[in-house]
Ligand binder design. Structure first.
Ligand code: FAD
Length: 419
């Protein structure tokens, strides 16, 4: 049987935010780009609360207008709640200059808007087409065999590949690049749900994170269509101890918290509860001869600070710019110009994720007398500004959090002694 074959400058695998931003940047800089996407869009994917730091990447990729036209819920901050204690971050009160707002999006519509915009500018996307095999030649040129929904195979010859296949992790899996993350495996059970009582509780323009039980938390992400994404995250053990099937477990979880009960009990579900588990993963290297990874295909930590789409957009943007530079004949030091940059951002968030699960951040967030200067700096990290080396809570992320935590312990001790 004769196989179809075609040539392109860059093959992008996956049309999520990482792939879309990368493809838009490559096209803008005059390269020929081909996108292959395994699924038909619109398709559901989790990752609905964005961070302001991703706005620059979408803007440079000329994707902001397409997103704006969808009328998504604007997001101005993040609110954390533990019983009656509240810690409210307003992104406009951050330390680092830049966008101070973003959106909360239904990803099916969001990702479709991005790919529609790519297609309108003439970028070819083959949906329902998955990658089967990749062979790299010594000069970095690759031959990728893809198969469409009808079972037809084609070979795509490319000068470079950007693997933005998200949880699909095409190149990491094919070339044995997966590495354990070091974070404990966790599980999420989530729904989209009617949120008719929302205005009684909250303005919808922020994500709400509720501390539910030690190590277990809840996301509440309102959308502009009156529904809300509601998800519970905890250890695998936590969910195993709950009785019944996933529907029963979800009901029990909603009933187990006063706030959730009053806001969501008996509200209609848009879809039945779904689950995801053990998502944290690292990768041995982010690049190789003829390829670079972007988005979740590099590393994914944890959903708690909504950093996934931001990393996808920023890495897709940077990867594309470096591929352009390389294909124009300039030298690229992929370790310093790409891996170190992305790793610096991921490592900053890793300290915050660890701090969330070991109780350090709870101590800081719910302290009765918050230090406004510290809050401002942490606010910028939570907005995604994890490359601002002027911010000590980025520059020395782990030590800064530990020091604040120790200082709070000291204050508590002194207060006890003076009683
Ligand atoms: P994706 O969006 O996953 O896109 C990758 C695309 O590649 C997919 O469309 C897929 O079909 C395609 N693909 C896969 N395999 C192949 C193949 N073989 N051939 C061709 N195409 C292929 N992030 C946030 O920013 N905010 C949140 O609130 C948030 N909540 C989360 C909650 C949970 C429980 C989890 C687990 C994650 C959450 N995330 C969140 C993370 C977010 O889901 C991801 O970080 C984000 O979607 C990554 O974007 P991407 O473009 O890298 O990959």
């Amino acid at each position: 049987m004769k196989m179809n074959s075609l040539k392109t400058d860059v093959l992008v695998i996956g049309a999520g935010p990482a792939g879309s931003v990368a493809a838009a940047m490559l096209h803008k800089k005059g390269l020929k780009v081909k996108v292959v996407e395994k699924q038909q869009f619109p398709r559901f994917v989790i990752g609905e609360s964005l961070l302001p730091r991703c706005m620059d990447a979408f803007e440079e990729a000329d994707l902001l207008d397409a997103i704006k036209a969808c009328g998504f819920q604007e997001k101005f901050g993040a609110k954390f709640m533990k019983d009656d204690a509240i810690c409210d971050f307003n992104f406009s009160q951050g330390f680092t200059p830049g966008y101070s707002w973003t959106w909360q999006v239904t990803r099916a519509d969001f990702d479709k808007a991005l790919t529609d915009s790519l297609q309108q500018r003439g970028i070819e996307i083959d949906f329902q087409t998955g990658v089967e095999k990749i062979e790299f030649a010594e000069d970095g040129y690759s031959k990728t065999t893809v198969v469409d929904k009808g079972g037809n195979s084609s070979v795509i010859t490319a000068r470079y590949i950007i693997d933005a296949s998200g949880y699909g992790r095409v190149i990491p899996r094919m070339f044995d690049l997966d590495k354990p993350s070091g974070l404990d495996p966790r599980k999420a059970v989530f729904v989209h749900i009617q949120d008719n009582r929302r205005l009684h509780f909250e303005e919808p323009s922020r994500i709400l994170i509720i501390v539910y039980a030690p190590g277990t938390w809840v996301w509440v992400i309102p959308f502009s269509n009156g529904t809300t994404s509601l998800g519970f995250v905890g250890s695998m053990d936590y969910f195993e101890k709950l009785d019944g099937d996933i529907n029963q477990q979800f009901k029990t979880l909603v009933e187990g918290n006063k706030y959730l009960r009053e806001r969501f009990q008996d509200q209609e579900l848009v879809f039945e509860p779904r689950k995801l588990e053990a998502w944290s993963i690292k990768t041995k290297k982010f690049h190789g001869n003829g390829f670079v990874l972007a988005g979740n295909a590099t590393e994914f930590l944890d959903p708690v600070f909504s950093s996934g789409v931001m990393f996808a957009a920023v890495s897709g943007h940077l990867a594309a710019n470096l591929v352009v530079k390389k294909l124009q004949g300039a030298e690229v030091d992929w370790e310093t110009e790409y891996t170190d940059v992305m790793q610096q951002g991921v490592d900053t968030f890793r300290s915050y994720v660890n701090g969330w699960y070991d109780g350090t951040l709870e101590k800081i967030f719910f302290h009765s007398q918050p230090n406004e200067e510290i809050k401002k700096k942490i606010c910028s990290v939570l907005a995604g500004y994890v490359w601002d080396m002027n911010n000590p809570f980025v520059q020395n992320h782990s030590i800064s959090l530990r020091n604040v935590s120790k200082f709070i312990d000291f204050q508590i001790k002194m207060a006890e002694l003076s009683r």
